[in-house]
Ligand binder design. Structure first.
Ligand SMILES: *Cc1c(COP(=O)(O)O)cnc(C)c1O
Length: 356
């Protein structure tokens, strides 16, 4: 497939390219062997992430998936069980890594429309000491909730889960791939959420525009053990400062501008809501993700809509099963493209109707 410029690409915020400032910093980065702990740029990134997230230490990892997997392998052993939402990224979209590589059993629980597990159900899911049973060890959380319109979950939920985990000697890990989107929407510092978890991972490569990488943070001891797991998974990188230089700009600069993406998502949602046959509730759009559905009265299929948008207008959105579609805003998307997308969808959907 031909390269798609991110200014017309609404499929995800993973499509973002590094900014000019990032490319300049990458070219100028001082580097060393990071497996030896000698890459000053990686060290600076890890220290910055730890500070921003209120933890003692951090480790640079290749991806969000690797960060979550390393966290699971560090918190839990073979035969242990990890509780998580049934729509959590860790359960649905990470190839079952903790079970495949760690012998850790996932215990998925239902979630509400914001991606929150029921507290009483979490409590009940924690198992007693019985040789028949896996050992409850870990609770995995997510914010923003990618499976739930990118909902920004408020701190009280994390505080409550923390209380339950503490009472039973369980650890907690936050999949914070889009934590800064959540805390921007909530108007809170990231520590308002991360103070309630033992470890957290954040993605630098989504809305924050770095080309590669995530950071996992936690206590000194946790991160020391996590480095062993990273090595085991083949994630020990050498002169990674070239990449980490972009990550530093992601954390310092790009975390400060996410409100703009959220405003554009709101503009998109409100535009789509004016089109007959498009089902959307703009009030559920809190961060940078816009999910919408085609009513049964709409003749064009979701797959056709995606294809026509791409062929006729050069605009790209994602299909998300059934009649649901997704458009995500990010750094490279300008207001004009949002308006073009609304117009194009309107034209295609209304044209589809007139044939019937
Ligand atoms: C993208 C994402 C991940 C995984 O990140 P990769 O870098 O794509 O491996 C994990 N959790 C959530 C919620 C995500 O959106």
């Amino acid at each position: 497939m031909a390269t798609i410029h991110p200014s017309v690409d609404f499929r995800s915020d993973t499509v973002t390219w590094p900014t000019d400032e990032m490319r300049a910093a990458m070219a100028a980065a001082t580097v060393g062997d990071d497996v030896y702990g000698e890459d000053p740029t990686v060290n600076a990134l890890e220290a910055l992430a730890a500070e921003m997230l209120g933890k003692a230490a951090g480790v640079w990892v290749t991806s969000g998936t690797q960060g979550n997997l390393i966290a699971a392998l560090t918190h839990a052993q073979r035969g242990d069980e990890a509780i998580m939402g049934e729509d959590a990224h860790t359960f649905c979209w990470e190839a079952g890594g903790m079970a495949v590589l760690g012998g850790i059993t996932p215990r998925p629980l239902p979630t509400d429309q914001r991606g929150r597990m029921d507290l009483a159900q979490v409590q009940r899911a924690i198992r007693g000491d019985d040789p028949h049973l896996p050992t409850s060890r870990l609770i995995l959380l997510e914010n923003s909730s990618g499976g739930n319109h990118g909902a920004a979950i408020a701190p009280d939920y994390f505080a409550a889960i923390h209380g339950i985990a503490q009472a039973h000697g369980l650890s907690t890990h936050l999949d914070g791939a889009r934590l800064f989107n959540a805390t921007t929407a909530l108007g809170l510092p990231p520590t308002a959420i991360t103070q309630w978890v033992d470890s957290a991972s954040i993605c630098l490569s989504k809305g924050l525009c770095a080309p590669v990488g995530s950071v996992l943070v936690g206590s000194e001891d946790f991160i020391r053990q996590a480095r062993r797991q990273r090595k085991l998974l083949g994630g020990g990188m050498r002169q990674a400062g070239v990449l980490a230089a972009a990550g530093i700009i992601a954390l310092k600069t790009m975390t400060q501008r996410l409100q703009a993406d959220h405003h554009l998502a709101q503009r998109l949602a409100q535009g789509l809501a004016t089109i007959p046959g498009i089902q959307i509730d703009p009030t559920v759009v809190e961060t940078n993700m816009v999910f919408f559905a085609l009513a049964d009265t709409v003749a064009i299929t979701p797959a056709e809509l995606v294809t026509r948008l791409s062929h006729n207008y050069g605009l790209h959105i994602g299909g998300y099963g059934d009649r649901t579609l997704r458009a995500v805003t990010h750094y490279w998307i300008q207001p004009q493209q949002v308006d073009r997308l609304v117009e194009a969808i309107s034209t295609l959907v209304l044209a589809g109707r007139s044939h019937h």
